[in-house]
Design a protein around this ligand. Structure first.
Ligand SMILES: [Fe+2]
Ligand SMILES: [Fe+2]
Length: 133
């Protein structure tokens, strides 16, 4: 069972950013499957690396779109992205090789953060850009 699934109601009214969110959810589910259903944790760290790289890529694309659309409170949103990027970095440095438990913790944290960020924070800019405020 997937950890989180993207649904049409999660849309942020931007095709590119919706597609990033879908790819992030897919990547996350793939790592989750791996980490929960197998003991081969050797592959987990590179997958988590790939996921966090894509997350960073998405943050910067999202921030650019927000700047272009002059979304208010952009600084607070960027600070949330930065704070989370730092948390991932800290957790990754504590991940030593084959520790399945830490890998599981990491992936659940990523999933929870991502889902609530998309639903609460990203939704805000999508509504502002549509003038729904
Ligand atoms: Fe986002
Ligand atoms: Fe965001």
């Amino acid at each position: 069972m997937p950890l989180i699934s993207w649904k049409p109601e999660y849309t942020v009214n931007n095709e590119e950013l919706d597609s990033h969110h879908q790819q992030l959810f897919d990547l996350l589910n793939m790592v989750y499957d791996h980490v929960m259903n197998s003991l081969e944790v050797d592959f987990v760290l590179p997958m988590i690396e790939k996921l966090s790289d894509f997350m960073i890529y998405h943050f910067s694309a999202e921030e650019n779109r927000m700047r272009e659309n002059r979304i208010p409170e952009i600084d607070a949103h960027i600070a949330k992205h930065r704070e989370f990027t730092n948390t991932i970095e800290i957790l990754k440095t504590h991940y030593n090789g084959n520790n399945l438990e830490i890998a599981q913790e990491l992936i659940i944290l990523l999933g929870n953060w991502l889902l609530s960020h998309v639903l609460l924070e990203d939704k805000k800019y999508s509504e502002v850009s549509l003038g729904i405020e």
